[in-house]
Design a protein around this ligand. Structure first.
Ligand SMILES: [Zn+2]
Length: 57
């Protein structure tokens, strides 16, 4: 069945890392980890202001 997966934010290092991890997890057929990375990307907040570096938290 088709799965809709969240897209990593292009300028977000956290999402970028999660996207890479998701790909690796899929290669290893670790469905649980793929789901974890998907959730991580989905729940990662991205404020509207893109100036400067994001604050932690
Ligand atoms: Zn992000």
């Amino acid at each position: 069945m088709p799965e809709l997966e969240p897209v990593a934010h292009p300028d977000c290092r956290v999402c970028f890392a999660a996207d890479r991890g998701r790909t690796a997890a899929r290669t290893q057929q670790a469905a649980g980890r793929v789901s974890d990375f998907n959730q991580m990307i989905t729940e990662h907040p991205h404020p509207d202001n893109q100036s400067g570096e994001g604050d932690p938290g």
